[in-house]
Design a protein around this ligand. Structure first.
Ligand code: FE2
Length: 287
């Protein structure tokens, strides 16, 4: 099946069947699943509860993305993340859960990030060196134009995490637009689409979808109760509102490309590959 941006859909073979009976196998590129390393699960038992919730949510592969830098400066080194992922996989295999966990990180932006990647001081997605999650400080807006270009020059595509939840950034949409034009990807949180982060984040998320400014949906789950994975529910509302093809593109195809270290074409998501029309989806609005 051709992808909407003109590339093949590597996830197509995992889809099969008709809508409603699809065994989806999501790749979740943003998830705080490692025990005792950040504000995710506190211990291995809690991690395993979360892993069960991920499987029940249709997720087959999860990138473990503990916080790095910012208030976690000096903690969660790439070596520690790899070791924690290996320990978690031992427990997952003991239980026979159909889930693969790979290393990554939720990285607070830093002016020396390119050097830090080269020095193995921060973790890229699946350790592939091709994509990195970028987290802004919560209430501070930083122009990432130069960092983004520096990353792209080294063949690394930055992924801005949950801009719909960053209210200072939402007041400067031209910044995000410029970063996207320069090759940055945007990931929104599945829960935002169904209102779990309040009406502002929900409307922001749908506005971004509408504008073709969302490349990837991920759970950013932190546990199985307070911030659980809700990928399936998000997929279903997306499918209803923007159509199955685009919902699959941002929930299945693009995350799988990131997992495999393949760059996603620069720019906004195209609603119509033939005409190059971007955005303009008819998505829902909340009161
Ligand atoms: Fe996160």
């Amino acid at each position: 099946m051709p992808g909407l941006n003109g590339h093949q859909s590597p996830a197509a073979e995992t889809l099969g069947g008709s809508a409603g009976s699809v065994a989806r196998r999501f790749v979740d590129v943003h998830c705080h699943v490692l025990p005792g390393v950040d504000d995710g699960p506190t211990d291995m038992a809690a991690s395993m509860e979360m892993c069960r919730a991920l499987v029940n949510d249709g997720i087959s592969t999860v990138i473990a993305t503990p916080h790095q830098l910012g208030r976690y400066e000096g903690a969660n080194s790439p070596a520690q993340v790899r070791a924690a992922v290996a320990e978690l996989m031992v427990e997952i295999e003991k239980l026979g859960l159909p889930l693969t966990v790979l290393p990554g990180a939720d990285v607070r932006v830093h002016e020396r990030l390119v050097d830090m990647i080269e020095q193995d001081r921060v973790t890229t997605i699946a350790d592939k060196g091709k994509h990195i999650l970028l987290e802004l400080p919560h209430e501070t807006l930083i122009d990432l134009t130069f960092l983004n270009r520096a990353l792209m020059n080294r063949g690394i595509q930055g992924i801005m995490t949950h801009p719909e939840r960053h209210h200072a950034l939402r007041r400067k949409p031209e910044l995000l637009a410029r970063w996207i034009a320069d090759g940055m990807l945007v990931q929104i949180t599945a829960g935002s689409l169904i209102g779990l982060f309040g009406p502002n984040s929900q409307n922001n998320a749908w506005d971004l979808i509408d504008a073709g400014m969302v490349h990837i949906v991920a759970t950013d789950a932190h546990d199985h109760e307070q911030r659980p994975p809700v990928f399936t529910e998000a997929f279903e509302v997306l499918e209803e509102d923007i159509g199955r093809a685009m919902a699959e593109q941002i929930c299945l195809v693009n995350p799988l490309m990131v997992l495999e270290g393949e760059h996603i074409p620069t720019g906004r998501m195209q609603r119509n590959a033939a005409t190059g029309q971007v955005g303009g989806f008819q998505s829902r609005r909340m009161e």
